[in-house]
Design a protein. Sequence first.
Length: 147
Amino acid sequence: MDVRYREVKTIGEFIDAIRLRVDVFIKEQGFAPGWEPDEEDKTSKHFIAIADGKVVATARCRPMTKSRFKIERMVTKKGYRNKGTGKGLLDFILRDIMKQKPKRIWLMSQLKSKGFYEKCGFRATGKPFNMWGVEHVDMEYAGSRQN
């Protein structure tokens, strides 16, 4: 399967990314309607994976400070999961962030996705907590600590 990764370039790509987030978070996982998209989309950098001519994975990255970055809203379309698509997208995002010599890259993972992020170089930095009725855990990218 040929998958390309890139930063969102057009409004159409952005809309497709939001649609995918709605499909996964709201329709599939049952989160309440109305919180996708949100205000943070305006200040975030958006990334996509494209396969078979369509957006099949997406995530956004938000600078919290000049040297601290948070990865959010990562989803992969059913049928493209467990095939390296999400890992490829996350690797692409991390390479982009690393150009800025970050001191910290972190995310809040759903507990069921913790193993995926650990395979990608993240480690849990706290205990699980409930957010929107789903167990989450804070995770930090081990390669982001700069001295």
